[in-house]
Write a protein that binds this ligand. Structure first.
Ligand code: BG6
Length: 254
C-alpha cells in the first residue's frame, strides 16, 4: 500500500530477501530496541499472516521471549471454524516465567479462541532425566504434537544477551565466546557462519525438525539484533522473517 511505498519498506524487504536468502520478509517501521510498540507491530504483522495460513486444527508451536510475548499481547481470533492448538516449541530454556513459551501459548490460545497444551520439563535437565522424561506417555504425546506442528513461530536472540539472560554457567559463557557465538534460536547458539556452537539440552523441537514443517516464522527486530539475524539465516530454514526497519537497515549496512 501507499504508506509502505513512502517509507520504502517494500524495497527494503526485497533487499533483505536477497541478502539473507529467505523466501518472504515483512518489515515494520521503527526500532524495537527503542520502543516496545514496535514489537507489537511485528506481532500484528504475524497475527495477520497467521490468519491467512491457518487451517482447521493447525498446530502452532511457539518459543519464548519478549517478542513472542508481544505477539501474544496482540493476538486475535484466527479465521478458522475449528480450533487450532498452541504448544511450546521446546521445554524450558532458562527464561523468566513471563517470557516462557508455556505462559505465552496459554495467552495466545485464549485470545485466538484456540487450545493449548503444556510441556512440563525441569530446566536445566540432566542427561538421565531427559531420557526418562521423553519416554513418559504424557510427555511423549505432546512431543509428538510438537514435532508434527504445521506452523512454528520463533524468536532470534543475540547470543551474548541470551546467554546472560539465562544465567548461563561461566564455563558455557567461555565456550560461546571462544567460538564467537552470534545468534541464538530454539536454545541453539550459532556463529557468524551459521554453525551450531552450543545447544541447551531440553525436549521439544530440534533444529532438524524444522525442515519438514510447512511454515516456520522468525520474528526478531531491533538494530542490536542485526548480526544475530544474519547469523541465524546462514543456516536457518525459516521461510518468513518478520523484522523492523532498524534491524533491516543495519543488516544491509553490515
Ligand atoms: C527465547 C527463545 O525465549 O527468546 C529464543 O527461546 C529467542 O530462541 C529469544 O532467541 C528471543 O528473545 P527476545 O526477548 O529478544 O524476543
Amino acid at each position: 500500500d501507499m504508506m509502505r511505498e513512502i517509507v520504502g519498506l517494500s524495497v527494503l524487504e526485497k533487499q533483505i530477501r536477497e541478502k539473507l536468502k529467505v523466501r518472504n520478509v515483512i518489515i515494520v517501521p521503527g526500532n524495537s530496541d527503542e520502543y516496545e510498540w514496535v514489537k507489537q507491530e511485528m506481532g500484528k504483522a504475524c497475527v495477520a499472516y497467521l490468519q491467512q495460513i491457518v487451517k482447521d486444527h493447525s498446530v502452532i508451536a511457539v518459543t519464548g521471549g519478549t517478542t513472542m510475548a508481544a505477539i501474544a499481547e496482540v493476538m486475535s481470533p484466527l479465521n478458522n471454524d475449528n480450533d487450532c492448538l498452541f504448544v511450546p516449541a521446546r521445554g524450558g530454556v532458562g527464561e523468566e516465567a513471563e517470557n516462557q513459551a508455556s505462559r505465552i501459548v496459554s495467552e495466545m490460545a485464549k485470545k485466538a479462541n484456540g487450545e493449548y497444551r503444556l510441556l512440563y520439563v525441569p530446566d536445566p535437565i540432566s542427561e538421565s532425566a531427559y531420557h526418562t522424561l521423553i519416554n513418559e506417555p504424557m510427555i511423549k504425546e505432546i512431543l509428538g504434537q510438537i514435532t508434527n506442528s504445521n506452523i512454528v513461530i520463533h524468536g532470534i536472540g543475540d547470543a551474548k544477551t541470551m546467554a546472560k539472560r539465562r544465567k548461563t554457567s561461566e564455563e558455557t559463557m567461555k565456550k560461546l565466546e571462544m567460538h564467537h557465538a552470534a545468534s541464538e534460536a530454539f536454545g541453539y547458539y550459532f556463529d557468524d557462519h551459521g554453525n551450531i556452537v552450543h545447544k541447551v539440552r531440553t525436549v521439544g523441537l530440534q533444529l532438524e525438525d524444522l525442515a519438514s514443517i510447512e511454515h516456520v516464522i522468525a520474528v526478531a527486530g531491533g538494530k542490536s539484533k542485526a548480526e544475530a539475524i544474519e547469523s541465524y539465516f546462514k543456516q536457518g530454514k525459516s521461510d518468513l522473517l518478520i523484522t523492523d526497519e532498524a534491524a533491516a537497515k543495519q543488516i544491509l549496512r553490515g
